[in-house]
Every structure is written in structure tokens, then in C-alpha cells.
Design a protein around this ligand. Structure first.
Ligand SMILES: [Zn+2]
Ligand SMILES: [Zn+2]
Length: 336
């Protein structure tokens, strides 16, 4: 089989690898049918990552189950499933507490699409081994399109986590979104669907802003901080100075969520944060715990994640098309 491998800045290529095989009864082999780059993959492709290539890329996909071990009961060959970006066992204390990105049964930060905590391959591969099939895989609800939900492995479900619980605690809150890619647009969609009274989306990209307006958001190219204007802020730019600006816009005891991946250092306005009383949450997302909630919202028909899909591209075109700068291209297998 082939693995799409990141080899150098703006360069990926197919590399041959042995077909994965079941190593225990708890495993499954899956074949991605719709896969898409995470927003952080754009940074990696642009050369801003911190891991030396080569490595297999990709950690967002809907896949078809090809083979399952004897002990697997939750999925069967032929099922369409969401494959979470991080590897988790489902039975350790952390997993049972919902902290699936911090599973203690696997090396620290074990994930697809980056060789951290071992090499697990990427989800832009022809076949993928899933070590804990029952714990990890989430069946795609009937009626949901694999292309629209390819991002449920990470960015869509992360966006749900960044805003949904906070809107539940603060009904009708005003939401500020400072972003650069799919995560922020998904947040706009979800925030509007869950009753935000106001959403402001800040992004220098005019096409992204146009899309945000279709989700009912007001938009701005840059953020001019106005104190006490938002109850919830979401930053998904990977830039510390943008996080700092967002933090200056908040009401007392507001919540600011950051999607992280700040590869360069910077300063935060800690005195402003202290005086306002701000909770800043910046966390690698334990996505497996809330993929079902994020899929349920998608299935409710009140949101439109398919609008963020910018291009649908054939799987065979991955090496040429992935390094191009697109908002959210989804790569699909022709035989599906
Ligand atoms: Zn990601
Ligand atoms: Zn675990």
C-alpha cells in the first residue's frame, strides 16, 4: 500500500509501505474514503512544523472498515467510521475520564499524521491500522456525507468543543472568532446554531469572511480590540499576538479558547486578563470523547459543515493537490 509522505516544505509523495495487519483481536484495518488536511497540516506543509520529515501525513478521515479482530464488537467490515486523530485505548483511567488525548496505554501524544509517540502512519494512506477499534472508531450516522464529515476526526469535533459547552453555560453569549482556516468557520456555524446572540469572525482572507457571513457572522479583516465586547472568544490562528488581541475583548469572567499550535513564542496581556478575570483554555483536544456529540449536531440539520469543503479531489491527485493552498479540500477514493 501507499502512504502519502511529507518529505520537504510544500512537497508530499506516495511511498510504498507494507500492508498493515491485525496484531491483536482488538484491532481493525480501515481504508480512508474521504480524508482532509487539518488546519495544522497547512502549517506543516508551509515548513512551520517542528518535526523533521519524512513522515506519513493526515489525521482527519472517514474510512471504511476492511477487517476486524475477533474481540471487536462495535464495528464490522463495510461500516463507515470516523477515525479520531489520536490513539487511545478506551480503558485506562484517563480514557475513562474522557481525556483520550492523554491515554496512558500508549506513548505520550501517539497520533496519526505525525511521528510523535511512535509511527502510526497517516490517514492519507491506502490502509490504516487502528489499535483499539472499539474504543476509537465512531460509526458515521446514516444520512451524513463522508465528504462533509471527513473533518470529524479533529477540526469539526474540536470546533464543537471550543464553543458548544460554553454556549450551554452562557446562553445567548456574544462570540468572537479569530481564525485562519476551517476551525474558525466551523465555530461560526456551530455558535449560530446553538444560539449565540452575536458572532464576529476575524480573518484576513476575504473568501473565508464571505463564508463566515453565510453562517450569520459579522466579519472583520483585522481585530481592533474593544474591551468588554465578547463573552466567549475562540482563537485558531497559531499566532500569539492574535490570541493577545482576543483576550483584550472580553467581559468579566469570560472564557477564551485557543486551538493552540503556536510554534513561535510571544507574550500575553496577563495584567488585562487578571483585571478582567479571564479563563484561558488551551488544550490538545481529547476529540474521541465528543465526536458523537459533534456528529449528532451535524445530523440535526441545523448546521452546514459541507459549506466549508472548498474542493473535492480524487485520491490519486493527493501528491500534486495537497500542497496547494485551499481552505478545506477533501480527497475521495474513486471506488467509493
Ligand atoms: Zn489536527
Ligand atoms: Zn487509554
Amino acid at each position: 500500500m501507499r502512504e502519502l509522505t511529507y518529505v520537504a516544505k510544500r512537497t508530499v509523495e506516495w511511498r510504498e509501505a507494507p500492508d498493515p495487519t491485525l496484531r491483536s483481536g482488538r484491532e481493525a484495518i480501515v481504508a480512508p474514503v474521504a480524508a482532509t488536511p487539518c488546519d495544522v497540516d497547512s502549517s506543516i506543509l508551509a515548513g512551520h512544523g517542528f518535526i523533521e520529515p519524512p513522515f506519513a501525513l493526515g489525521h482527519e478521515c472517514v474510512a471504511r472498515v476492511v477487517e476486524t479482530g475477533d474481540a471487536v464488537t462495535a464495528v464490522a467490515p463495510g461500516d463507515l467510521v470516523v477515525v479520531p486523530w489520536s490513539i487511545n485505548c478506551g480503558t485506562c483511567d484517563r480514557c475513562r475520564a474522557g481525556l483520550t488525548a492523554h491515554c496512558t496505554a500508549v506513548p505520550y501524544m501517539a497520533m496519526y499524521g505525525a511521528p510523535i509517540g511512535g509511527r502510526r502512519g497517516g490517514l492519507f494512506s491506502d490502509l490504516v491500522r487502528v489499535p483499539y477499534a472499539d474504543a476509537m472508531l465512531v460509526p458515521l450516522p446514516a444520512g451524513l456525507d463522508p465528504v462533509a464529515m471527513a473533518s470529524a476526526s479533529d477540526n469539526w469535533s474540536l470546533a464543537w468543543r471550543l464553543v458548544a459547552p460554553h454556549l450551554k453555560a452562557r446562553p445567548g453569549a456574544r462570540v468572537l472568532v479569530v481564525a485562519r482556516g476551517s476551525i474558525g468557520l466551523y465555530v461560526c456555524d456551530i455558535a449560530r446554531a446553538l444560539g449565540a446572540s452575536e458572532v464576529l469572525y476575524v480573518d484576513p482572507d476575504p473568501e473565508h469572511r464571505t463564508l463566515a457571513r453565510t453562517f450569520g457572522a459579522a466579519t472583520a479583516e483585522t481585530l481592533e480590540p474593544v474591551p468588554q465586547s465578547f463573552d466567549i472568544a475562540v482563537e485558531a490562528t497559531g499566532r500569539v499576538e492574535q490570541l493577545a488581541l482576543a483576550l483584550k475583548c472580553l467581559t468579566p469572567e469570560a472564557i477564551c479558547e485557543s486551538a493552540g499550535n503556536h510554534f513561535r513564542p510571544g507574550e500575553l496581556p496577563l495584567l488585562d486578563m487578571y483585571l478582567t478575570g479571564v479563563t484561558l483554555r488551551i488544550a490538545r483536544d481529547s476529540v474521541r470523547a465528543h465526536i458523537p456529540d459533534a456528529l449528532a449536531l451535524a445530523a440535526s440539520g441545523t448546521v452546514a459543515p459541507e459549506k466549508v469543503v472548498s474542493h473535492v479531489i480524487d485520491w490519486e491527485d493527493l501528491p500534486a493537490a495537497l500542497p496547494e493552498k485551499h481552505l478545506k479540500p477533501v480527497f475521495v477514493r474513486a471506488d467509493e
